[in-house]
Structure formats: C-alpha cells, structure tokens
Design a protein. Sequence first.
Length: 135
Amino acid sequence: MTPPLDSTVDPKPVRVLIVEDEPLVAENLRADLIDEGFEVVGVAARVEGALRLIHGMGFDVAIIDANLAGISAAPAAAALSARSLPFIVLSGYAREQLQREFSGAGAVYVQKPYRVRKLIDELNSLLRNQRDRQA
C-alpha cells in the first residue's frame, strides 16, 4: 500500500468523491482507493447526485466518469472546475472526444480500462500539482 501523497504532511487521509454509473466499477474503484489509504466520502451514479455532492460535501479530489448512463458528466466537471477542485476523468472515449469541461486546469484524463497503479500515480500527481499551485 502506498499512502496518498498528503498523508506524509497531514495525518488525515485524502478525501475522494467518485462519480461512476457502473456499480461494479464504482465499488472496485472505492475498494482500490481505500486499500491505498484514501477516504472515499461519496459515490454518485448520476449527474444530479454528483452535483448535490459537489456542492454539499467536503472532499479534496474527484474521480468522474465522463459518461453517466448515456448522459455527459460535463456539468459535474464544470462544477468541480468552478470550485477549483482537482479531478480525474475516467473514460472509455479518447481524450479528443470529450467536451472541453473535461480538460480544465485541475483535470487529468485516464483511459478506461485503467490500471490501479497508474490511477493512483495520476491521483497523487494531481494532488501534488494542486498543492504547488496553492503554495
């Protein structure tokens, strides 16, 4: 287990919001993150639920699927960007196929299917970059 980047600076685990419509993918992602020392604070399967959690819950980073049951998660990505919250976009689509809301300054793209180690590395890199921007 590799502790999340911030665990060496702050004993509190990094809080992650998951936005994923496929229950098995969401559960596997949740379990992988917990195994790596992250705290999963919420899981949303639809845009409306994601927006409620984005506006009503405290978290450090989000991981969002670009397509939620055939509906673009762009409003969730836009809400994250508006709040300057970093996020990873998980998608089976090529990066060029995604709407511009998925390519903000605080966004990182990871292709599905993903490898857990790559996702964790990207997540830690994203958190490090966010911390550097705030310093």
